[in-house]
Design a protein around this ligand. Sequence first.
Ligand code: SAH
Length: 281
Amino acid sequence: MRAQVLLCPTITAYGRLYCAPRRLHRYNSSSSSSQFLNLNLSRFSGALFFHMEQFQSGTGSSGKRGMVENLKRYGVISSKRVAQVMEALDRGLFVPVGSSAYVDTPVPIGYNATISAPHMHATCLQLLEDKLHPGMRALDVGSGTGYLTGCFALMVGAEGRVVGVDHIPELVDMSIKNIEKSVAASFLKKGSLSLHVGDGRKGWQEFAPYDAIHVGAAASEIPQPLLDQLKPGGRMVIPLGTYFQELKVIDKNEDGSIKVHTETSVRYVPLTSRVEQLGGF
Ligand code: SAH
């Protein structure tokens, strides 16, 4: 362990009340290091207390409905479409067996990566919602489990095009298997959704330009190929920073200029090389 930060004076994430972990271990290669990454620090620190009992109640359809209901109740989800999509795509099919699928926390998925917390998926879907109408194109960089990639596919439909890219081949294989079990399977079968092994910092030129680009790992700066592959009128959501990170929303104007705003503080695993990631950063 190299560095720690105190976030919340009480509690652990697995107590009765749900709050920020007392410590975040920065880039620690142990198996627990990634379990508190990919979350929104302001939503995750103190103000918001989700009761685990409520949030964990049920499995399958009742579990995911409970998860979405809680995200609505606490003001994370305000969009009906996002609620419908997150209810339709069962997070339980995307987390490792035995993990708490419907609790609002990131879950380690191996390879020093996590599936993002549901509130983070919901936030990013809402930020990108206007660029995820039927027929539009979306790129998910650092697609991991494929959960958000699958949500994109449900939103843009069979006339749209969704591409997920991750640099860990085992995760890409797993994401394909996850999607195959889910309501998004038909998009994969018919070819409007595909998941690829690659360095996401280079984007995925084949289907560019994209209306929506989501980056699921924190970059130190915005990769130029991703800006190039964003359609004029399109939007990118990307966590930026190393230790202190902010979720940036980047809009590309019709004349090609860009406008950037900061949405919130977050904590994500880094957008890096495969060697760095597997070595524990
Ligand atoms: N959004 C996903 C995963 C988030 S974890 C989910 O919720 O399931 C971040 C992911 O980014 C990991 O799967 C990691 O392997 C991937 N990643 C990190 N650097 C990358 C890079 N340079 N290219 C592609 N994927 C990368």
